[in-house]
Every structure is written in structure tokens, then in C-alpha cells.
Design a protein around this ligand. Structure first.
Ligand SMILES: *Cc1c(COP(=O)(O)O)cnc(C)c1O
Length: 416
């Protein structure tokens, strides 16, 4: 459930007509619903109420600082994957003790910044990284809390580009190497192994892969106990899927219940890193039809949003429902909805049944709140979209549309 709905054929974000937002801020524009963020976070968090747990929202899904602040105010921690995300999280007021740091390529500079912020832990993805963290912590006279990310070799049955926990993926450590890693972590002077981590992929629509991974991780946990290594945190990552079209992912409460059954008697703090499930259906991308074009084989609806604004269709062939902002009840036709970028992969929808649209009319792509704005670029020297956050009857701009000057600023001030 979310708070984007039609009233008398007009699309509303909570209490605000989307047409009003478009009139004030133009297009293309991301529109988010604060109530939806809150509800999704609350539903997710309460699903684990029976377990000692922390919800560390995955910043890369939607990293606007106002959204981080909104979630932070509800008690969320964050999962970050770069120094830039650390900076954002700290700017948004997330305390270091609620930050976990994942990612395969953490640099010495990023490690130092995270140590300075006294983050809860590093999710370590290689032995080289473990040594680098030890060295950096040693230089700073600190001890770094670490978890090693296990690659459990489980097929998440999702798009291959977003599976992360299979043998062939670059993420984490296979179980044998991970055992070596914990022995190394125990011996290194400046790291403290406090947890086990695992994240197997994104947009999972069944629980089985999560449970399969959990069983492997728990088996691993018992091996660590035998080695006399006692960890207190179990981080199961993110990955719970959402409905874009006809997917029927499990509700967070089912996820919570299934994990609860396996974890309830263990002395572990569970960490979860949900991204998409919190914000995917909390946002839409609104855009304007510039032209329509009939070719001998196809009809194109050409719009002012493009793959630089929402790359998921081009990158993964993803489906986003597209509807009019104001319904006209015209007959349905099959069209491709495309942007103006000079690439044939620049499409938002292909062979889609849409009611006839005319130039100047507005459309919305739904379920665009996750991996939408964060994956956007300036390709073709296009300004990135504005972001608007609606809360009840109030709409406010949380990121202005970029200007042409923004686009070349770093090329003029080349020394920063
Ligand atoms: C991307 C990512 C997440 C979030 O994944 P979702 O599918 O959006 O829930 C969580 N943890 C890590 C390590 C990630 O890379």
C-alpha cells in the first residue's frame, strides 16, 4: 500500500494533486510520499519486534538527506557503501553507532573517515580489506569492529545483475576463506570481529533463498563458536522485493516470523539492511509528453524524462507501471515510452498498453522511489530531476532541479 491514488481521475500524492506539483516545479520530477516511507519503515521494523534487532536502511536505494533524516527520526540506522554515503548519513544526523559500512572497494581514506565517525562496524569483503582496516585503525590508535561478509552461494532467483550471494559474484568471502578471515581477525591487533554479515541480492520475491542463506550462516556461526570466536551481530543484509507489476513478495511480517523462528533463542542482535522495500513504492517519477510519433511499425510517446533519470528499464529491463497524471479515458494503444537520449536503450516502457496521450500531457512512472534518483546521471548533459517530498497536504522541494551552471561547475572550478 502507498499513498499515490486517483481521485476523480486525478493522481494525488497524499493530499496533493500531482498536477499542482508539476505546475510549480516542472518536470521531470520525483515525487515522494512521507507517509509511505513512514509506514514501510514501521511495518518492517515492527516485523522484528520479537528479536533484538536494528534496521539499517540501505542508503544507496534513495539517499536524499531529507529522506535519511525522516527515517533517522524514526530510529533507523543506515547501511552505507561509500565515503559519500557516510558523509550524507552524518549530515542527516545519523549517529555513527547506527552505521554499518558494506562494499568491496573501501579505500584507506573511506576507512579512516568511518573510523573517525566511530561507526558500528565494517562489513568486510576481502582479506586485503581486513588488513587495510587493521592498518588504518592501528595508525589512528583505534580498534575497528568488523563483520566478515559471507558469500553463502545461494541463488536468490532474481535478475542476474542484482544477485550478490552466488559463487561467481564479486561480493563477500566463500565460507572457507571466511574461516581463515576470522582467524586472521582474531590475531590482528586493531580489529575486533563482532559479527557475521551476508547479503544475497535484491528484489527477492520468496523467502526460501533468505532462509537457505540463514541456515548456512548459522552453520558458520557454530563453527566460529568452536573456534572460540563469539560474535554478537548477525547482519542479513537487504533484498526483500516489492510489487512493480504482478510480483507477490512476502510481507515483512512473514519475513520477520520466519527469521524469528530460527533466531529467537540465540544471543544475537539481528541487523537488516532494507532499501527497496522501504522506498520503492514511496516515489513516482513524473514527466511530460513532448511529442508522439507513429512509425510504420510502432508508436512512440516521447517524454522529457529519460534513461538518465530512471535507468532501471534500460539496465535491467525493469517494469514500471506508467499512467496518466490526469485520466482522459481515451482508447488504449500499444506504445513505447522513450526519452530524448541518443541511445536505443533509452526507454521507460516498451510495447505498453497506454491510453492515447497528447503532447503537453503528464505521465507518472510508479514504484520509482528506489534506485531511481540515486542511479540518475547527467548523460547528454541533462540536468538531474527535482525531488519533491509530500507530507499530508504539504509539498516541499528536497532537491532543486540542477541548473546548466551546475552541470559545468566542476569544469570551471577545477581545483575545487
Ligand atoms: C543494495 C544493498 C542493500 C539493499 O538492498 P535492497 O534490495 O534495496 O533491500 C543492502 N545491503 C547491501 C550490502 C547492499 O549492497
Amino acid at each position: 500500500m502507498n499513498h499515490f491514488e486517483y481521485r476523480d481521475g486525478r493522481l494525488f500524492a497524499e493530499e496533493v494533486p500531482v498536477a499542482d506539483i508539476v505546475r510549480r516545479w516542472g518536470t521531470p520530477t520525483y515525487v515522494y510520499s512521507a507517509a509511505t516511507f513512514r509506514r514501510h519503515f514501521e511495518a518492517f521494523d515492527s516485523a522484528f519486534a520479537g528479536l533484538t534487532h536494528m534496521v539499517c536502511y540501505s542508503v544507496k536505494a534513495n539517499s536524499n538527506i531529507h529522506i535519511l533524516k525522516l527515517l533517522g527520526d524514526m530510529g533507523a540506522g543506515v547501511d552505507i557503501v561509500s565515503g559519500g554515503e557516510l558523509y550524507r548519513a552524518l549530515q542527516a544526523g545519523i549517529p555513527g553507532e547506527k552505521i554499518v559500512f558494506s562494499g568491496v572497494a573501501k579505500t584507506a581514506e573511506e576507512i579512516a573517515a568511518a573510523l573517525k565517525a566511530n561507526i558500528l562496524m565494517f562489513n568486510v569483503e576481502s582479506l586485503d580489506e581486513l588488513r587495510a582496516i587493521d592498518a588504518e585503525a592501528g595508525r589512528m590508535g583505534l580498534k575497528a569492529r568488523v563483520s566478515l561478509r559471507i558469500n553463502p552461494d545461494v541463488d536468490p532467483k532474481t535478475h542476474p545483475y542484482i544477485s550478490t550471494g552466488m559463487k561467481k559474484n564479486k561480493f563477500g568471502l566463500d565460507m572457507d576463506t571466511a574461516l581463515t578471515g576470522y582467524a586472521l581477525a582474531r590475531d590482528l591487533p586493531n580489529v575486533d570481529p563482532v559479527g557475521i554479515d551476508c547479503h544475497i541480492g535484491s528484489q527477492l520475491t520468496t523467502l526460501e533463498p533468505f532462509l537457505e542463506a540463514l541456515d548456512k550462516v548459522l552453520g558458520f556461526y557454530r563453527k566460529l563458536l568452536e573456534m572460540g570466536i563469539y560474535v554478537g551481530y548477525l547482519d542479513l543484509g537487504g533484498g526483500l522485493g516489492i510489487t512493480y507489476n504482478e510480483e507477490e513478495p512476502p510481507h515483512p511480517s512473514a519475513f520477520g516470523a520466519a527469521l524469528g523462528e530460527r533466531l529467537k533463542d540465540l544471543p544475537l542482535t539481528l541487523i537488516l539492511e532494507p532499501g527497496r522495500v522501504i522506498c520503492g513504492n514511496a516515489g513516482i517519477l513524473v514527466f511530460r509528453t513532448v511529442y508522439t510519433k507513429q512509425t510504420p511499425v510502432k508508436k512512440f510517446v516521447i517524454v522529457d524524462a529519460a534513461m538518465n533519470d530512471l535507468v532501471r528499464p534500460s539496465l535491467y529491463g525493469s517494469y514500471h507501471r506508467i499512467e496518466e497524471v490526469e485520466k482522459h479515458n481515451r482508447p488504449v494503444e500499444s506504445v513505447d515510452v522513450v526519452g530524448g537520449i541518443c541511445e536505443s536503450t533509452d526507454f521507460l516502457a516498451r510495447d505498453r498498453e497506454l491510453p492515447g496521450v497528447e503532447p503537453g500531457e503528464h505521465l507518472a512512472a510508479f514504484s520509482a522511489g528506489a534506485y531511481g534518483m540515486t542511479m540518475s546521471s547527467q548523460y547528454n548533459t541533462r540536468r538531474r530531476a527535482a525531488e519533491i517530498l509530500v507530507d499530508g497536504a504539504e509539498a516541499r522541494c528536497i532537491r532543486r532541479r540542477e541548473t546548466y551552471a551546475d552541470l559545468i561547475a566542476a569544469e570551471i572550478d577545477t581545483e575545487g
